[in-house]
Design a protein around this ligand. Structure first.
Ligand code: NAD
Length: 369
């Protein structure tokens, strides 16, 4: 028999709920990890090939990320096992049925993730009253349009640059992935005088030591074209942006892009992680050994989830920017001040907050003898 408690440790998971509605073919799992800081927030993923173990691990990542961000929320994650490329009507039926099935799981607040979007969140809110990442008409703050994550990343970079005594004005930077995160962080760093010397998207890269035109690159991407279509600059293959010497290198595309196999090619002073887990543990250790500062993902890219939490509590776009700026700067400073590997310091910070919150919660007390 499978051991239902195989993930259990001192933090959680509080509940792993399996949902099966044979009449609809709805098969889903909700993993609620730790709610000591408050009800869990985490994405609803629609994918055919996610395991229960992955759902738990993603929920745990959200527990740590939300605590590191200083939010009054724990971590959760849910998965509907299905191909998101179904018809809109089928998708609405499935998601509404899922929302009805989790109505009583008040410790979990869904947000958009792979295969779901703001419309899906609107259906869930309509069914059970709880979702983040909503359309603007329902009080949603469009975090990708306003560039919430890129804004937080730029704030973290500014703090780290001060720590390194590296003026941002004139600093050269490279952005891998020119989407919602990449294009906004590029714009904001350029406003502080930094110079974009290389950028890439899924189709290729482009470089110019004198600086690329960020507004033009953004217009190109938003009209559905590739960065390589930019008339000036050196054209590169997609992965060659790793070889461009710079002061700040920003992964904002995919996981595991820097590994033991290519870390030696990176020549920079600061790696600011916009993407989730862009460096393997081996690469992060090697960068630290070489004196390269790495701003870990769950501190530096928390702008999106902070924005979602502000939305949930009825805040405005302006208050979201204020909260992102304040929380990310404070947390980046705390992690840098702690010394050692920034990821280890960030994990310790998150765990300390969770454990402190757990001590205030009735059912988290160890049994009294
Ligand atoms: P996006 O889809 O808007 O943009 C991704 C960009 O990366 C696109 O330009 C795409 O062409 C490019 N790309 C894909 N594969 C690439 C590769 N191998 N090399 C270079 N470029 C590549 O996505 P996004 O919302 O900007 O998210 C980017 C990363 O940041 C993801 O890892 C995501 O999980 C993470 N993240 C996003 C947010 C957010 O608020 N959007 C928050 C936290 C973390």
């Amino acid at each position: 028999m499978e051991d239902a408690f195989r993930f259990a440790d001192e933090l959680g998971p509080l509940k792993i709920v399996q949902i099966w509605r044979p009449a609809l073919g709805l098969k889903a799992v909700v993993a609620i990890d730790n709610v000591a800081c408050g009800p869990s927030i985490g994405g609803l993923r629609m994918a055919p090939d996610v395991t229960v173990e992955e759902a738990f691990r993603l929920a745990r990542a959200m527990t740590l990320k939300n605590a590191a961000a200083g939010l009054p929320h724990g971590g959760g994650k849910s998965v509907i096992f299905a191909d998101p490329k179904m018809s809109q009507i089928e998708k609405e039926t499935l998601i509404r049925a899922f929302a009805g099935s989790i109505a009583d799981l008040t410790e979990y607040i869904p947000g958009p993730d792979m295969g779901t979007d703001e419309l899906a969140m609107a259906w869930i809110k309509d069914e059970n009253g709880r979702a983040v990442g909503l359309p603007p008409e329902l009080g949603g703050i469009p975090l990708d349009v306003i560039g919430a994550t890129g804004f937080g990343l730029a704030a973290a970079i500014e703090v780290a640059a001060e720590y390194l005594s590296m003026p941002l004005s004139g600093a050269k930077f490279v952005v891998q992935g020119f989407g919602s995160v990449g294009k906004h962080v590029a714009r904001l760093l350029a406003e502080k005088g930094a110079v974009l010397v290389g950028a890439s998207d899924s189709q290729g890269g482009i470089a110019d030591d004198n600086g690329l035109d960020i507004a033009r690159l953004t217009t190109l991407k938003e009209s559905g074209r590739a960065l390589r279509d930019h008339p000036s600059g050196r054209k590169l293959s997609r992965d060659a942006v790793i070889d461009i010497p710079c002061d700040i290198w920003i992964p904002a595309a995919r996981p595991d892009v820097i590994s033991g196999a290519n870390v030696a090619r990176l020549s920079t002073r600061l790696v600011a992680q916009g993407a989730n887990i862009p460096c393997t543990a081996e690469a992060e250790t090697e960068l630290a050994r070489r004196g390269v500062l790495v701003l870990p993902d769950f501190i530096a890219n928390a702008g999106g989830v902070i924005c979602a939490a502000v939305e949930y509590h009825g805040g405005t776009e302006a208050s979201a920017f204020g909260a992102i700026d304040e929380k990310i700067r404070t947390n980046t400073r705390a992690v840098l001040k702690a010394g050692g590997l920034p990821r280890a310091a960030a994990l310790a910070l998150a765990r300390e907050r969770i454990e402190r919150a757990m001590r205030t919660r009735r059912w988290h007390h160890k049994a009294r003898r």
